[in-house]
Design a protein around this ligand. Sequence first.
Ligand SMILES: [Zn+2]
Length: 97
Amino acid sequence: MIVRICGTRWKVLERTESELEKICGKKVEGACIPHLETIYINSELPEHRKAVAFTHEAIHAVCDYIGLMQKSEWIAESLGPALYDLISDFPEKYRRS
Ligand SMILES: [Zn+2]
């Protein structure tokens, strides 16, 4: 899947937990690799957890774009759950017309 984040096309790829552990060096639910413009999601998660992980990693991508990578974990942890809830509770509000 390709998604647009801040005007850039990012690849979103699913990988198994063990494949992600090799990429990141630790167990993770997702990963954002800015220099590859790639977001990885753990393929073994239930669908709603994949969406939460994608939201978190997409926030990391935005933080990279605006130059806030040093604080991106705090920002993603803080905003991710709220954005996920808003988008999943009101999907019609976020649909492009
Ligand atoms: Zn993170």
